[in-house]
Design a protein. Structure first.
Length: 227
């Protein structure tokens, strides 16, 4: 556990130090902190570790999100956005990290071995502000954050699932049915061509989750993106 904490501190503090250096923000000026990590959730929490390390102020609004997988980064930004809407003249620090050291799978189930190949450890940090003085020097302006929750669908719910294998070894199964349309085709025998909007009419830039070559190829094909 000690080594895993040190790993988490290394990537989190490194990302935050870099952010503070670029923005010249005093840590004491941060009024909101949102941290997300799907698998590594120790006690004290990761958010508490950050507060202790940077000696953040006592009235900071702090949240620590876990178990939300890929989507947690955008959920954290959406939460920070809602919080700064009710806390005027504030800075919100969002820290997105992952660490699977304690969740490494030691069995032979192929669906659980995939996560060992794809994931390890990393972190990113971003600072949101609702201060008028930051308007011109901000790199981006957050306009909308939209999330579609598919948790009510049993197939979607089980796409990424932590469980024991037949030998009692805990791992995370990654299902092939990661898109609702794929579930519809396989289980409902629906011969339906999925509707994919022409996103390039609405967006100038795309930030794509790099979840493997197959994911990138499929997004490139469906969004008609160049390499």
């Amino acid at each position: 556990m000690k080594e895993v904490r040190q790993e988490a501190e290394s990537v989190m503090f490194g990302a935050i130090d870099g952010l503070l250096a670029k923005t010249s923000i005093n840590p004491k000026d941060i009024g909101i902190l949102v941290v997300n990590c799907s698998l590594f959730n120790p006690t004290p929490s990761l958010s508490a570790m950050i507060i202790n390390h940077y000696k953040l102020r006592g009235n900071i609004v702090s949240y620590n999100l876990g178990g939300m997988g890929y989507s947690a980064s955008l959920i954290s930004i959406d939460l920070a956005k809602k919080l700064i809407q009710v806390h005027p003249n504030s800075y919100a620090l969002v820290v997105s990290t992952e660490n699977i050291t304690l969740n490494w799978y030691y069995g032979n189930d192929r669906s659980k071995l995939v996560s060992n190949c794809l994931f390890r450890i990393g972190c990113a940090a971003i600072l949101l502000s609702n201060k008028f003085s930051d308007r011109r020097k901000s790199k981006y302006r957050l306009v909308d954050a939209v999330r579609t929750h598919k948790g009510a669908d049993d197939q979607c719910f089980g796409c990424v699932f932590q469980e024991e294998d037949s030998n009692g070894k805990v791992g995370i199964s990654l299902s092939k049915e990661l898109m609702a349309v794929a579930v519809g085709r396989k289980f409902l025998k629906m011969k339906v061509k999925p509707y994919i909007p022409y996103f390039k009419l609405a967006f100038e830039h795309f930030c794509i989750h790099a979840g493997g070559r197959a994911v990138l190829d499929e997004l490139e094909k469906n969004l008609q993106l160049s390499e």
